[in-house]
Design a protein around this ligand. Structure first.
Ligand SMILES: [Zn+2]
Length: 430
């Protein structure tokens, strides 16, 4: 009997180990884009999603980008053709694209040892490398920044926030968040780019940057982020386990307009599952508790996502405009102009509901409903050419344009009459 017990112990141990390393693959999968002419086309897309024939990458009123696996291509093609819907292929071979972006952490070398961390803009960092970088900042820049824990996830990881301040008691608070959605790696690197540039060049910053308290959470959903590195590159949700499936879409779990029939997703197996109830998730609870504990409350939040090159403001679930529409438009216009000056990239702007698609329970809407007047989402590069698989060569420029956007926001908030945020800024990296 002891032999059998030992045997089963090893069998289970091997099974668990092999489960942990087995990657989800997308051999033969493609990403297609199709134009939508109206409600009937949209219904077809929704039906294909419900049947799990496709999964949505990006949905706009007039356009859908979606992943179609090899075994579903013929069926999807036929159904679209029956409606006279044509498509273009955005990504010919999804797995090959994934394989061209290796995520093995950089090794410690003489150079990285000298610098003190292994983060670079040349490849997407693992969570380990990101947290190593936080520790480096906390040690080397302890007079202006510290690392705080704002919550613990289902898989027992700490959600970490970098707090940057010059200690001025009159500072307004700007909160920047990335990585709510696991696969949107560019949102994480852009938040890192911004915190790196604010901290390491703090003395040279304009007063409208220095005289703010910057709270930056590059990885709101660390469980999902790790999973997207180790198992499924295209994972979106967190990693909370339910009866049949895993994960809640963190950015659908806030208590604002939650539970609207036809918008709020209540199937736990769907990629936009809104959770069993509002604030059921560690990540959304952490953001709620943070915002409710801050005095003064933040004057602005900017939530980073990808993709689409959009600057969005509330509402996400309501068709009507907010009372701050004018303020949002003006500020967003200033931000997108600064982005264009920085990298010559055009970002469109508007309310999420109209520009993208209705979504309930978003952090954007919740923060705004709690009195954060300046609430924005930036959907960064690209416009669908490679979507979530944005090449690492674009990490740095994407970071640059989002950095320009948040500096413009900081300037706008204080109404400073100093130079344009783009002037005399020379961002170099390591
Ligand atoms: Zn997102």
């Amino acid at each position: 009997m002891p032999f059998i017990n030992t045997y089963w112990f090893f069998f289970i141990a091997i099974s668990v180990t092999s489960q942990q390393v087995e990657r989800v693959t997308y051999d033969g999968a493609q990403v297609w884009q199709t134009s939508l002419r109206g409600a009937e086309d949209l219904l077809l897309i929704k039906r294909l999603v419900d049947n799990q024939d496709i999964s949505i990458w990006n949905l706009r009123p007039t356009r859908a980008d979606f992943l179609v696996r090899a075994q579903h291509k013929v069926k999807v093609y036929r159904q679209m053709t029956a409606r006279n819907l044509s498509h273009t292929v955005l990504i010919m071979d999804v797995q090959r694209r994934i394989d061209t972006q290796p995520v093995t952490p950089a090794l410690w070398t003489e150079n990285t040892l000298r610098i003190g961390h292994r983060l670079s803009w040349k490849k997407y960092p693992t969570l380990n490398i990101i947290e190593e970088y936080y520790n480096f900042l906390a040690e080397d820049y302890s007079s202006i920044c510290r690392v705080q824990s704002i919550g613990t996830t289902a898989e027992n990881r700490t959600i970490k926030m970098i707090n940057i301040t010059n200690g001025n008691p009159n500072n307004e608070i700007i909160l920047i968040t990335g990585g709510q959605h696991a696969r949107e790696w560019a949102s994480v690197t852009s938040a890192l780019y911004i915190l790196h540039n604010i901290i390491t060049k703090f003395d040279k910053q304009k007063s409208y940057v220095k005289n703010k308290n910057w709270l930056i959470i590059p990885v709101v959903n660390p469980d999902g982020y790790v999973y997207s590195h180790t198992v499924d590159r295209l994972w979106r949700k967190n990693r909370r386990k339910f009866m049949y499936c895993v994960g809640v879409d963190v950015n659908r779990n806030f208590d604002v307009d939650w539970g609207i029939a036809g918008i709020t997703e209540n199937n736990e197996c769907k990629t936009t599952y809104s959770g069993p109830y509002p604030f059921s998730e560690a990540e959304s609870i952490a953001l709620r508790n943070l915002i409710e504990s801050l005095v003064p409350k933040p004057i602005a939040i900017v939530d980073f996502h990808s993709y689409g090159k959009l600057l969005l403001f509330p509402w996400s679930a309501r068709a009507q405009a907010t009372q701050d529409l004018h303020l949002h438009r003006q500020t967003a216009d200033f931000m997108t102009s600064s982005m264009f000056k920085s990298t010559k990239q055009n970002y469109s702007l508007g309310a999420t509901y109209h520009v993208v698609y209705p979504a309930t329970g978003t952090f954007l809407d919740w923060a705004y409903s709690k009195g954060v007047a300046h609430s924005y989402v930036i959907e960064s590069r690209d416009k669908g050419e490679l979507g979530f698989l944005l090449p690492p060569e674009e990490i740095e420029d994407t970071g640059k344009e989002l950095y320009a956007a948040v500096r413009a926001l900081a300037k706008r908030i204080k109404g400073s009459d100093e130079d344009s945020p783009n002037k005399s800024d020379n961002e170099t990296w390591f």
